[in-house]
Each structure stands twice: as structure tokens, then as C-alpha cells.
Write a protein that binds this ligand. Structure first.
Ligand SMILES: Cc1cc2nc3c(=O)[nH]c(=O)nc-3n(C[C@H](O)[C@H](O)[C@H](O)COP(=O)(O)OP(=O)(O)OC[C@H]3O[C@@H](n4cnc5c(N)ncnc54)[C@H](O)[C@@H]3O)c2cc1C
Length: 312
């Protein structure tokens, strides 16, 4: 048995002090769902485990039409899935949460843990990036804000420095005429890591004919989740046509640089990137025009598996 000393952080200041004091000998835990797997595998062998799970300041979440959504790092994936405001205003994020593991894991796993674990296949990351999330980080030197698209430095690596803790993520309020969706493709319909995840966000203008803004984010096709900037540029400011959406999906495919692994070949992932981008864009545009679809309908669209395809 790999032994460690368990340290309970009483508040944020105490958590920072403990993390700073023990540096690389310590590992913070929140929901522990990633930690326990890595610890049992002998991949993470900290001398000290610092539990931040009871720090009240990290549990808060709020929404205002002016400043948007604030999610404390300890907000659970289950909360993201069930919160009515998130379902209505940030549907891609609620869809990503509903496609995440099983309900027992969703009850424990936190949004901060998903971000700080920095897996390229982390399910909440494409949706958070599609909504321009900003990270509020606190450390021994004070606070700083880092846009989420600058937070990851590689698979499992982030820009967090010694003693720093992710406090919250802040998502600006999406405009009224906008829609979004996340679709996860994986070998199994539940309890599986994404072979590919795509989140698209679209805002419309001119009575829904023109794309005012768009974000397309891919997970599991590169060392970190990536924005398909070149594809977005083809759509932003343009009149939306079926032909243009096909071109945008093709351009998104070109942004992906996946690898072969047990969940799928690089070629399969590239194909999926085009297909799922097209699907998420169509749905996001439809939602922007007619309002959010029911959560059940979103959930059905959000999880797609090889098993389900084989059964059709
Ligand atoms: C059976 C199973 C199924 C899973 N399925 C999925 C899935 O479908 N999709 C998916 O994306 N993930 C999945 N995961 C992975 C995991 O559940 C998520 O990454 C989860 O969000 C991690 O959150 P946590 O609170 O449990 O993190 P923890 O395990 O507590 O911590 C994870 C990492 O983040 C760091 N950390 C946590 N919080 C902070 C903070 N506030 N500041 C700084 N560092 C911090 C920790 O030090 C650690 O390195 C699965 C895991 C298991 C065991």
C-alpha cells in the first residue's frame, strides 16, 4: 500500500499555504475520482494529500444576466447537468455533464478537477472553451485570471504554479439568439472516455440568417482540447447556407491532429470531427432560432457510441 499523510484544508488560505509548503510532495484532491485511479496505479505517489473538498468558498455558483455564470471549482458535474440555468443558457455544458461517466461519478467529480486534470478528452473542456471560460486562480502571490484556452500546457499539464489553486471559472452570458451543443462519441454508451468530443456555439443576427459569432472546440484530437479557429473564420459574419456548413465541417477536420489508440484510429477520429461538427452546428443554429430544446432531447443527441451505431 502506498501511504500518504492526509491534510484537511480548512479554508482557501489554508489550502494555498499547505500546497505551497509541500510543493511537489503534495497532491490536492477535490472529488478524488482521478486521484484514486492514479494513486492505485502507482502513477501519483504523493507524500501529502491535501483535501480541498470542504472549502466552502470553492463551492459557490451564481448566475447574473450581466456578468454570466460563476462556477466554484468544487461544483460537481451532477450540478452542471441538473442546474436549470445551465440547461437553458449553456446547453452544451449541461449536455457535456450528462455525457460524463455514470451518475455516481458525476456526484463526486468536480468541474475544477476535470479542468486541472487537463485530459485532452475531458468532457467539460470543449463546452467551457466554447463559452470563453476564464479561470480565477489564487496562490501565495495573490490572484490572477487566465483564459481557459491558455490554461493547458499539455496532456495532464497546466499553467498552475507552486501553491496555486483554481478557485472558479467564469463564463460570460451568451446572447439571447444563440445555441450550443456538445456531442461525445465513445466506444460504449456510458462510463467511457471520449474517442472524440465536439462543442459548437453559434450566435445569430439579421433574423437568424447571419452568423454573428461561432466557436468550435474539439476534444481528444490533440494534446489539449483545441479551437478550430480556421473553420470558425469561414462562418463568422457570413450568411448561413447548407453548403457553407459542409465547408466549415471539412475545415474543422483539418484542424484535428489525432493519434491512433485503443479508442479509435486517427483516420476515424478525423472523419468523426467533420461529421460531429456538422451535427453540432446544425443543432446549435436550430436552438438559436427556436430556443433550447428539451434536456432529454439534448441528452439523446449528446452521447453517441459505436455500440449504438452497430445496433441501428
Ligand atoms: C469511472 C470513471 C469514469 C470517468 N469518466 C469520465 C468521463 O466520462 N469524462 C471525463 O471527462 N472524465 C471522466 N473521469 C475522470 C474524472 O472523473 C474527472 O476528470 C473529474 O472531473 C475529476 O474531478 P475530481 O474532483 O474527482 O478531481 P480529483 O481526482 O480530486 O483531482 C484531479 C486533479 O485535479 C487537481 N485539482 C482538483 N481540483 C483542483 C483545484 N481546485 N485547483 C488545483 N488543482 C486541482 C488534483 O490535484 C488532481 O491532479 C472518470 C473517472 C472515473 C474514475
Amino acid at each position: 500500500m502506498l501511504r500518504f499523510e492526509f491534510l484537511e484544508a480548512r479554508n482557501l488560505r489554508h489550502a494555498i499555504a499547505l500546497t505551497d509548503q509541500h510543493g511537489d510532495d503534495a497532491r490536492i484532491v477535490a472529488g478524488t475520482t482521478d486521484f484514486l485511479v492514479r494513486w492505485r496505479q502507482g502513477v501519483w505517489t504523493p507524500k501529502y494529500v491535501i483535501n480541498i473538498g470542504n472549502v466552502a468558498a470553492l463551492k459557490r455558483s451564481s448566475f447574473s444576466a450581466r456578468s454570466g455564470l460563476r462556477l466554484g471549482s468544487l461544483v460537481t458535474i451532477r450540478e452542471l447537468e441538473t442546474n436549470p440555468v445551465i440547461r437553458q443558457r449553456y446547453p452544451a455544458l449541461a449536455a457535456a455533464a450528462s455525457a460524463f461517466a455514470g451518475v455516481q461519478i458525476r456526484n463526486l467529480a468536480t468541474v475544477g478537477g476535470n479542468i486541472c486534470n487537463a485530459s485532452p478528452a475531458g468532457d467539460t473542456l470543449p463546452a467551457l472553451l466554447a463559452f470563453d471560460a476564464q479561470c480565477r486562480i489564487a496562490g501565495p502571490g495573490g490572484e490572477r485570471i487566465v483564459p481557459l484556452d491558455q490554461f493547458f500546457s499539455g496532456p495532464g499539464r497546466t499553467v498552475l504554479e507552486r501553491g496555486e489553486i483554481l478557485v472558479e471559472v467564469v463564463l460570460p452570458p451568451p446572447p439571447k439568439v444563440s445555441g450550443s451543443l456538445y456531442i461525445k462519441h465513445s466506444p460504449r454508451a456510458a462510463m467511457d472516455i471520449a474517442t472524440l468530443g465536439v462543442a459548437s456555439y453559434v450566435a445569430l443576427k439579421d433574423r437568424g440568417r447571419v452568423c454573428a459569432d461561432v466557436k468550435i472546440v474539439l476534444g481528444a484530437v490533440a494534446p489539449t482540447p483545441i479551437r478550430a479557429y480556421a473553420a470558425e473564420d469561414l462562418l463568422r459574419g457570413q450568411t448561413i447556407t447548407p453548403e457553407l456548413l459542409v465547408k466549415v465541417a471539412q475545415a474543422t477536420q483539418e484542424c484535428a491532429s489525432p493519434i491512433d489508440d485503443l479508442r479509435g484510429s486517427a483516420a476515424h477520429r478525423k472523419d468523426l470531427a467533420g461529421v460531429l461538427t456538422h451535427r453540432t452546428l446544425e443543432q446549435a443554429i436550430a436552438m438559436a432560432k427556436t430556443g433550447p430544446i428539451s434536456f432529454e432531447a439534448q441528452r439523446r443527441l449528446a452521447v453517441e457510441s459505436a455500440v449504438m451505431e452497430a445496433a441501428v
